[in-house]
Write a protein that binds this ligand. Structure first.
Ligand code: PLP
Length: 472
């Protein structure tokens, strides 16, 4: 691998593992223009079959997407039935049984905490919609608060790739090329990251109080009555590698939002829909957000589908105001996407898979900690449910990260794909300002068996040990 520049969400331009060298010309604009990615020719359960015949154990389901593994017969059947029934209609004029069913399933899953669902095709779109909905809430509240246009998000965050959702994101590398095009109406406070954030001798309550003060100060700095919402991931996924907040953190953040009359938006695109051991990540935080975005685990990769769950207060404002959400898209509430997501969610509920997530997560985490806890280059192993991150450091005592140009996470990912391991794990590069280290992320399917979980842990440990044994 030869890094040439720090650029995108592998975060470094590199020579990726490919089918052929040099790659044949492709009509697709792939992420890396000179190299085609490896071709997957089949996928079943937890395994991907590559064009070279390799069978890869999929320990991440893409980026924590394939929550039921690949080729689930019930989801396949639901999609075919929906195809035969209604493949498309415009959501402005028509509703569908699949859409209504999904909405009901999702709202019911919140135990009455949320009022309505809004279905789109990607997490980025969901984040965009959440920004517009928050703005509209304040325009249509009584009295209206038209000065509220800003958002406070967090450093080391990723909320999407479109201009609005990227403006929310604190991911420096992903923002860099587009910085001049991003709204300056979003500011950022520190993420909650116990491994790197808690100071020597500081108690967790003091850490929480410090972060709460930082948020309070930020509201004051930008003028509190101009802020629509504070936006955060309950468990930080791609930007940090499965970092949960410390106890009491979100309670304290919600209190600050309430103090200044701002909304709380949770980005649960990656951490939601069962991934972290409860169907909604907020169930473990003792707070309910006003708006929640959901994505990857919603449709489990069977269709491009994401959405919002919207609290009663926000829906009431629209009901008493214009009576419409001023945000429509061609593929909003797409019937096939809704049918796929509805079946995925029914399977998770009927088979009590969130319980399996907690149980398997316990096994995965203890095996990873046993195998890697003492490794000199493993700084932290953290996560919840079946969402675990391993952060690498050059120096365990000082927590000094590797230089992102060393491509540690990408190297481990590529080592995993070699035929002696046959494992797919998701890499994430540390921040270019040196505040966080490279990490890899594990996110197996919710229905993974104990023997596959143990296999994933064993191979992960071996890949990391072997990578560092050869690393200079
Ligand atoms: N929010 C979070 C927390 C994510 O992890 C992602 C994607 O990785 C997004 C939003 C954007 O979702 P999508 O890639 O589906 O647009």
């Amino acid at each position: 691998m030869t890094p040439s520049a720090i650029l995108d969400d592998g975060d470094v331009v590199y020579e990726p593992k490919t089918d052929d060298q040099p790659s044949p010309k492709s009509a697709i604009l792939h992420r890396h223009i000179h190299h085609n990615p490896i071709t997957v020719v089949g996928a079943s359960g937890n395994y991907l079959e590559l064009s070279n015949g390799q069978k890869i154990l999929d320990a991440t389901g893409g980026a924590a997407v394939s929550c039921l593994g690949h080729g689930h017969p019930r989801v396949r059947e639901a999609i075919i039935q929906q195809m035969n029934n209604v493949s498309y209609c415009h959501s402005l004029f028509f509703g569908t049984l699949a859409g209504e069913g999904l909405g009901e399933e999702l709202v019911n899953s919140t135990g009455g905490q949320m009022s309505k669902a809004f279905i789109v095709s990607s997490g980025s779109e969901a984040m965009e919609a959440s920004m517009k909905l928050a703005r509209q809430f304040f325009l249509e509240s009584t009295p209206a608060q038209p000065r509220r246009t800003k958002f406070i998000a967090r450093k080391e965050s990723y909320h999407g790739t479109t201009l609005g959702s990227l403006a929310m994101s604190g991911h420096l590398v992903r923002r860099a090329p587009f910085e001049p095009m991003l709204s300056d109406g979003v500011s950022r406070v520190s993420a909650c990251n116990a491994y790197r954030g808690v100071r020597e001798g500081e108690k967790i309550e003091q850490y929480v109080a410090r972060l709460a003060q930082e948020l309070d100060d930020e509201f004051v700095r930008v003028e509190a009555d101009t802020v629509c919402a504070f936006v955060a991931e309950p468990v930080v996924g791609a930007a940090l590698g499965c970092v949960p907040s410390v106890p009491g953190y979100f309670r304290a953040m919600k209190d600050i939002c309430d103090k200044y009359g701002a909304l709380l938006i949770f980005d649960e695109v990656m951490s939601g829909m069962g991934r972290t051991g409860t169907l909604h990540a907020w169930e473990q935080e003792g707070v309910v957000p006003d708006i929640q975005t959901i994505g990857k685990g919603l449709g489990g990769g069977y269709a491009p589908v994401a959405g919002l769950l919207i609290g009663h207060k926000v829906v009431r404002a629209l009901e008493g105001g214009s009576g419409a959400f001023a945000h429509g898209q061609t593929y909003q509430g797409h019937p096939i996407a809704c049918a796929a997501a509805l079946e995925v969610q029914r399977i998770i509920r009927e088979q009590n898979l969130v319980e399996n997530v907690r149980r398997m997560g316990g096994i995965l985490s203890s095996q990873l900690k046993r195998g890697l806890g003492e490794h000199p280059h493993v700084g932290d192993i953290r996560g919840r449910g079946l969402f675990w991150g391993i952060e690498f450091v050059r120096d365990k005592a000082t927590k000094e990260p590797f230089d992102p140009k060393d491509l540690v996470a990408m190297g481990i990912h590529e080592k995993g794909l070699q035929p002696e391991y046959n494992l797919s794990i998701y890499p994430g590069t540390g921040s270019v300002d040196g505040r966080t280290g490279d990490h890899v992320l594990l996110a197996p399917a919710y229905n993974t068996t104990e023997s596959d979980i143990k296999l994933i842990a064993d191979i992960t440990v071996k890949v990391i040990e072997d990578f560092f044994a050869e690393f200079h």
